[in-house]
Design a binder for this molecule. Structure first.
Ligand code: SF4
Ligand code: SF4
Length: 379
């Protein structure tokens, strides 16, 4: 997309009325104590995060200020609300969380005041009023088939499937937020008693998957900005935006030097653990997992699981509860079966087969073993 086209897109958004009355995002940021300089710094970081050149920073800042023009409907299906928590519950609000607060959230069960009949009515009228124009964000897996009634919501006891299908049918864009909505999550783990499915299995419309358990607040807000600026992002084979899920955890991991040097934690709490060695031998799934946690971290960039001393468990991959186990042992000899008819998830996020994954698993284990042997010989 050219600068000119982007300019036209932002102008189009600017011409829409703000849905927050007299207030605005710059005003809300100011009230929360953020200066213009803080905001532009954030916009610069967000621009880099979206893999855009620094010259796009003013446009990203403008797009963020215009997020109050686009109606968003956020649905909760079968889940733990961790994805919403990830975004909304920081004790000191971040610019990301303030921006999200400011997005025109027309319906979100956790943060809205209405309940019961009134809540149901709010959802129906938001769908009607913004038909064809709202962003739909869905959190949670969806029980289907004979067990569809495992999830009923609201005074009319509509099933999750009914509600999600209706909302999908009238949405401008659909984002599955979190692993449950993207791939079924823990609800769909064996033996899947409620027959839970991911969102893309219950609608014919295109669903963009933003997996993670939970996804970082940056991946959620970043996708909204991406849409505002460019429309649909480039996607991998699992419909994940490549800008966020294009690299493996292993590619940018801070312990990668130790992996290459054959320095591994053998048991939790050992000397290697104290020295920050690689966690592969205690089960890290970073080599098989596509996400940007190693670069972006969590909680305002302060830490992430591998920094805290536990391996990645592969939470942004399809069916990870079943396919990434055992969580605290290497995966090398493990048969990888995915929900996408045998497609694995290694090497390249957008083209790969099960054989390659198994071979890569063996190769990673071999690399780990050889590196350890070499190290032993040198000592
Ligand atoms: S195996 Fe895990 S801990 Fe080791 S370098 Fe790769 S991602 Fe990091
Ligand atoms: S490090 Fe791995 S398990 Fe942890 S949040 Fe990132 S992708 Fe998920």
């Amino acid at each position: 997309m050219t600068f000119k086209e982007l300019e036209a897109r932002l102008k189009e958004l600017e011409s829409l009325p703000s849905m927050k009355g007299n207030s605005s995002i710059p005003k809300a940021l100011e009230e929360a104590g953020f200066s213009r300089r803080d905001f532009m710094k954030w916009a610069g970081a967000m621009t880099a995060f979206l893999a855009l050149p620094a010259s796009f920073t003013p446009m990203v800042a403008r797009a963020a200020e215009l997020t109050d023009r686009v109606p968003v409907i956020w649905l909760h299906m079968a889940e733990c609300t961790g994805c919403s928590e990830s975004l909304l519950r920081s004790d000191t609000p971040t610019i990301d969380s303030l921006i999200f607060d400011y997005i025109s959230l027309e319906y979100h069960e956790t943060v809205m005041a209405a309940s019961g009949w009134q809540a149901e009515e709010n959802l129906e009228s938001a769908i009607e009023k913004y038909k064809g124009n709202y962003f739909l964000m869905v959190e949670g897996g969806i029980p289907v088939g004979e067990t569809e009634n495992y999830l009923t919501i609201g005074a009319h006891a509509k099933t999750g499937r009914q509600i999600a299908t209706e909302a999908c049918n009238n949405a401008k864009a659909i984002l599955a937020i979190g692993t449950c909505s993207s791939f079924g999550g823990i609800q769909a783990a064996h033996p899947n008693p409620s027959n839970a499915k991911p969102l893309h299995k219950i609608t014919n419309k295109e669903v963009i998957n933003v997996p993670g358990c939970p996804p970082s607040e940056k991946n959620i807000v970043g996708n909204v900005l991406q849409f505002l600026l460019f429309g649909k992002p480039a996607l991998d084979v699992y419909n994940r935006p490549k800008w966020a899920y294009g690299l493996r955890i292993h590619d940018l991991c801070e312990r990668r030097g130790h992996f290459d040097a054959g320095e591994f934690v053998e048991h939790f709490g050992d000397e290697g653990a104290k020295n920050g060695y690689c966690l592969y031998k205690v089960g890290c799934k970073g080599p098989y997992t596509f996400n940007n946690c190693s670069r972006e971290r969590f909680n305002q960039h302060t830490s992430w699981p591998i920094q805290a001393g536990h391996g990645c468990i592969g939470c942004s991959e399809p069916n990870f509860w079943d396919t990434m186990q055992p969580f605290e042992k290497p995966l090398a000899s493990h048969q990888f079966n995915s929900v996408f008819g045998g497609l694995g998830s290694d090497a390249m996020a957008d083209k790969i087969g099960i054989g390659v994954l198994c071979l890569t698993g063996v190769a990673i284990a071999a690399h780990a073993a050889i590196a350890t042997m070499k190290k032993g010989n040198e000592e």
